[in-house]
Design a protein around this ligand. Structure first.
Ligand SMILES: NC(=O)c1ccc[n+]([C@@H]2O[C@H](COP(=O)([O-])OP(=O)(O)OC[C@H]3O[C@@H](n4cnc5c(N)ncnc54)[C@H](O)[C@@H]3O)[C@@H](O)[C@H]2O)c1
Length: 253
């Protein structure tokens, strides 16, 4: 299979750590993200032709399709896609507005749909490859104050299984990762908001979070990147339709 991958949301957190690992191991990577800072582009500029950075929104079907076409042309095809872009919200059924719920569905579900639909023709044309979807521990268990986010991540788990069945005969494997809390800018922002609401200092909130995990800590983006790398490449050749927990034991009990 081709060692080239399209990563949505690859300019921060789990997506960026994955991008760095794939580049380090010689893959060509296209990052498609809402915002790509000049500093980020400078930091990884040394990868030259092996790295394509494209700003855009996964809600824009045409934008993602153009980006996937550009990446396939530059890299001579696409072997894998990591649909990673996503956002978080805190709400319950009692207080979530229809507008807020639709935004979550648009980004986390429709954005993933656009990304996969844009990349799959290239992966299939190259004889097959691998799809990795960034789901969540909330694809497996419920969490309080997470109505809209949980709904979207549950859907991604199901999308993974159904797609795996539809695409197996075309040589495409589809798996999802289900991370527990990983220390990224997304979660830092959530705790900063909670702290501003008077729920405790950010340090206290992180300590409470870490205590929830059997391994006694939250995860690092680099740890998740290694699982993404395994699933995207040929080392995972007999896996498809699976949801992989990477959560320090959180959902084991
Ligand atoms: N961090 C965690 O604890 C955790 C746990 C489980 C799952 N996840 C999932 O991992 C993914 C990445 O999260 P992260 O924690 O690395 O967050 P992050 O905020 O650090 O990175 C997300 C990236 O996605 C980009 N993005 C967001 N919406 C986009 C859109 N519509 N189009 C293009 N790019 C967009 C952002 O600009 C950002 O660069 C998300 O899908 C998230 O739900 C994260």
């Amino acid at each position: 299979m081709r060692k080239s991958i399209f990563i949505s949301g690859g300019a921060s957190g789990i997506g960026a750590a994955s991008m760095a690992l794939f580049l380090e191991r010689g893959w060509a990577v296209c990052v498609y993200d809402l915002k790509i800072s000049e500093e980020f582009a400078r930091q990884y500029g040394c990868y030259g032709e092996k790295l394509l950075l494209i700003e855009g929104d996964t809600r824009d079907a045409e934008g993602v399709r153009n980006a996937a076409d550009t990446a396939a042309e530059r890299f001579g095809g696409l072997g894998s896609v990591f649909a990673c872009a996503g956002v978080h919200s805190s709400d319950t059924i009692l207080d979530v507005s229809e507008e807020a719920l639709r935004r979550m569905i648009d980004i986390n579900i429709m954005g993933t749909y656009h990304t996969l639909q844009a990349c799959l023709p290239h992966i299939i044309a190259g004889g097959g490859g691998s799809v990795v979807i960034n789901a969540s521990d909330q694809s497996l268990v419920g969490k309080p104050h997470s109505f809209a986010y949980g709904l979207t991540k549950g859907a991604l788990g199901q999308i993974c299984k159904g797609m795996a069945l539809d695409l197996a005969s075309k040589g495409v494997r589809v798996n999802a990762i289900c991370p527990g809390t990983i220390r990224t800018p997304m979660v830092d922002a959530i705790f900063a908001r909670c702290s501003a609401q008077g729920l405790g200092s950010e340090e206290e909130l992180w300590a409470e979070e870490e205590a929830l995990f059997p391994l006694g800590r939250v995860g690092r983006p680099e740890e998740v990147a290694k699982l993404v790398y395994f699933l995207a490449g040929e080392d995972s050749s007999f896996t498809t339709g699976s949801l992989y927990s990477i959560d320090g034991g959180l959902t084991a009990g």
